[in-house]
Design a protein around this ligand. Structure first.
Ligand SMILES: [Zn+2]
Length: 176
């Protein structure tokens, strides 16, 4: 198995040697500690990247595509949890469009990056979500199916999302 490239400074958990430039498949050249074990100690950002790397390999999508879907799903789940109901594929796709709107400068940037990331339609979001389900990163409900993501949005809908005012994201829910 190919390891995830360690492209930022990370000190070996045992001896502190900088493992940058190696991969998670390597051992520390100084002391032999496994780089994967160091990664588990290294904190949240790197474990998030390790998750994204794993899902990217499984789904065939770029790491950046996995990261934006992961963040959009996390936001959508948090919102649905506040409302006390089950999250559907439609919720995830609406959440993804709102998240894209909030995180890209404009419709042109969204079109460029989403196309570069092969993340053009709801089916693409669905494939990444189901790779996360299969890897145990997300849980499914018995009535969830990959086809739930079919035909929920197209590149046109992404562009139209920018014609509306952005939804607020991540803040406290409005008072009841
Ligand atoms: Zn070491």
């Amino acid at each position: 198995m190919a390891g995830m490239p360690l492209d930022e400074d990370v000190g070996c958990a045992n001896c502190g040697y900088n493992l940058r430039g190696l991969t998670t498949a390597h051992d520390c050249p100084e002391c032999g500690e496994s780089a994967m074990r160091t990664l588990r100690w290294a904190g949240r950002d790197l474990s998030r990247r390790a998750m994204a790397f794993q899902i990217a390999q499984a789904s065939g999508y770029p790491i950046d595509a996995v990261l934006i879907v992961h963040d959009a799903v996390a936001h959508t789940l948090a919102t649905a949890f506040d409302k006390g109901r089950h999250t559907t594929a439609r919720d995830v796709c609406d959440g993804f469009l709102a998240f894209a709107h909030a995180n890209f400068h404009d419709a042109a940037e969204a079109a460029d990056l989403l196309s570069e990331w092969k993340l053009n339609r709801s089916e693409d979001v669905g494939r990444i979500v189901w790779a996360m389900v299969n890897a145990g990163v997300l849980k499914q409900s018995p009535d969830d199916a990959p086809e739930d993501f079919d035909g929920l949005f197209t590149p046109d809908d992404v562009q139209k999302a920018f014609d509306r005012p952005p939804q607020s994201l991540g803040g406290a829910p409005p008072p009841a």
